[in-house]
Design a protein around this ligand. Sequence first.
Ligand SMILES: NC(=O)c1ccc[n+]([C@@H]2O[C@H](COP(=O)([O-])OP(=O)(O)OC[C@H]3O[C@@H](n4cnc5c(N)ncnc54)[C@H](OP(=O)(O)O)[C@@H]3O)[C@@H](O)[C@H]2O)c1
Length: 244
Amino acid sequence: MSDDGGAGRLDSKTAVVTGGSRGIGLGIAAALLEAGANVVICGTNQSHLDAARRTLRTGEKRLETVRADVRKRADVDRLIATAVSRFGGLDILINNAGVGTFANVADLSDADWQRMLDTNLTGVFYCCSAAIPKLRKRGGGWIINISSLAGKNPFVGGAAYGASKAGLNMFSETLMQEVRHDGIRVCYVMPGSVATEFLTPGAGDTNWMLTPEDVARVVMDLLAQPDRSLPSRVELRPSRPPKK
Ligand SMILES: NC(=O)c1ccc[n+]([C@@H]2O[C@H](COP(=O)([O-])OP(=O)(O)OC[C@H]3O[C@@H](n4cnc5c(N)ncnc54)[C@H](OP(=O)(O)O)[C@@H]3O)[C@@H](O)[C@H]2O)c1
């Protein structure tokens, strides 16, 4: 991906960002557009996609929005097919769409368990499965999975979310070994607290938290790596969280 000599330009590259309509995904989509990439974002809610299109208007000609639920294989196939038909191929997949409901196991509903596993884990499988043939066709590319420190640091109320992200970590490490010789580089990023609606509906002080732009910066740094280099796992923390 660094055929520009490492300057970070992504002109003529095409990226899909799942959950690109809000929060971290929106930040990543903005950074990719800024770097010259064609970008396809998806989400389940059309009004969120419409709002994202307004926010991302500077790169609008290189932006496509697709209403697609990563829990549904047919939606995912349509998402990846749209990237290929609109922009001619696929170079970068950012698996960012994710949900979290935090409750002790005894209190967690079956539906919430299923929703987290389906979105955070099965959705990533569907997207990778659909994208890998397209990435191979281009001679390689990137798959970057947005995981979480919750995938390695257990906390009360986080069993289902943490399990989905721990599963994603193992999935990513295994996939990395499967596709590296096709020139496809797989990395997972584990952020700590990021100030988005995911974590902070009506929350108090969020100034200490990471921002979507911080995560986007890590993603862009990854994409600017020379071809021989693969940082396969990144932990990203707020540098000064509240003292306990
Ligand atoms: N915020 C944090 O502190 C934090 C920390 C570590 C990791 N993460 C991870 O970072 C990722 C993004 O989180 P965020 O904080 O940006 O969350 P967010 O603000 O709630 O945004 C989530 C995005 O995912 C989309 N989405 C949700 N379910 C989907 C589905 N089934 N299919 C397609 N799109 C879907 C949402 O769009 P619609 O609502 O329109 O569907 C939205 O665009 C998640 O994987 C999360 O686990 C977040």
